[in-house]
Design a protein around this ligand. Structure first.
Ligand SMILES: Cc1cc2nc3c(=O)[nH]c(=O)nc-3n(C[C@H](O)[C@H](O)[C@H](O)COP(=O)(O)OP(=O)(O)OC[C@H]3O[C@@H](n4cnc5c(N)ncnc54)[C@H](O)[C@@H]3O)c2cc1C
Length: 277
């Protein structure tokens, strides 16, 4: 087909309504395409703790017209490293406070759900069609057809695959199976209200009168360490406890999602290793 014969605007279909799929939808509409995002589930039970964004990503969001304040951003101004046993400061670096001056955009953090919702609202505002409950079963990238679990199908000019890190369809483009390799590391994450944290005798002195930022603990002999940083306008503290993957976490089939198993007893054991009484 010659360039003159190309029908405009072209249709694009995006598989997956995560951050990547929605951002692709916005980019396509701004480039003059029609964009339809197909999402397997409904926007219920979105999970996630805090997510930190570096200036390069914030530059993109700025260009897309994101409302950072509305999404509850917390700017990161310092990095600290503390001992895991006595929680004493080993390193304190206020250099993050100059990031915007140097790179033209902030280093900040969001609650992952707030960020996702913000990008979704922007996508809808830009005219991206989001079709929920459309579980893609198969696709043909040459013919431009997408088949859904319920047997229905659509034809489109361009297919964008954004179905996550454990993509079921990326191999349709690369013609090779997508390989995942385990790094044998997992992380327990939780969000705690900061006003609650401020009533705790260990945590209060750690965070009181300190600018928002990252606090990392030193690593225990078994490789456990904790990273904390606040999100949602500094009202929630994100705790991430990195550790060697436990047998209970390998048990569950996590081939299609981020989540793995684990329970409170596992967390307690790791805390004992990290911060011996
Ligand atoms: C708790 C948490 C904290 C994180 N923190 C950070 C951080 O601090 N910094 C950072 O850079 N990254 C972080 N990440 C990773 C980051 O969130 C992910 O890399 C990013 O969200 C991936 O976006 P995505 O759109 O590629 O995939 P996903 O968010 O996985 O979205 C994929 C979408 O595709 C849909 N889908 C899948 N299969 C189909 C199908 N067959 N049909 C239709 N739809 C389908 C899914 O339902 C989903 O909506 C974090 C992740 C989590 C879970």
């Amino acid at each position: 087909m010659s360039q003159e014969q190309v029908p405009m605007p072209l249709d694009s279909a995006i598989i997956g309504a995560g951050i990547a799929g929605l951002a692709a939808g916005i980019a396509m509409t701004r480039a003059g395409y029609k964009a339809t995002v197909y999402k397997r589930s409904h926007f219920k039970n979105e999970i996630g703790a805090a997510i930190s964004l570096t200036p390069n990503l914030n530059h993109v969001l700025k260009r897309r017209g994101s409302d950072f304040a509305e999404a509850g951003e917390t700017e990161k101004k310092q990095y600290r490293k503390v001992t895991r046993d006595t929680v004493e400061t080993l390193v304190q670096d206020h250099g993050l406070a100059n990031i915007e001056e140097i790179y033209g955009a902030k280093l900040n953090a969001y609650h992952r759900v707030d960020l996702h919702n913000g990008i979704r609202e922007l996508a809808e505002h830009e005219g991206v069609h989001i079709k929920l409950g459309h579980d893609v079963h198969d696709l043909d990238v040459e013919a431009g057809t997408i088949t859904f679990e319920n047997g229905s199908a659509v034809q489109t000019d361009l297919i964008i695959i954004a179905d996550g890190i454990k993509s079921s369809f990326a191999h349709k483009i690369t013609s090779r199976p997508l390989k995942h390799c385990s790094i044998d590391r997992s992380v327990f994450r939780t969000l705690t209200p900061i006003n609650k944290l401020m009533t705790h005798p260990v945590f209060r002195p750690l965070y009181e009168d300190e600018p928002s930022g990252f606090v990392n603990s030193s690593i225990s002999p078994a490789g456990v360490f904790i990273v904390t940083y606040p999100c949602r306008n500094d009202t929630l503290m994100n705790f991430a406890m990195f550790h060697k993957t436990l047998p209970s976490q390998s048990r569950r089939d996590s081939a299609f999602e981020w989540n793995a198993g684990g329970d409170l007893e596992d967390v307690k054991k790791l805390v004992e290793d990290w911060h011996p009484a």
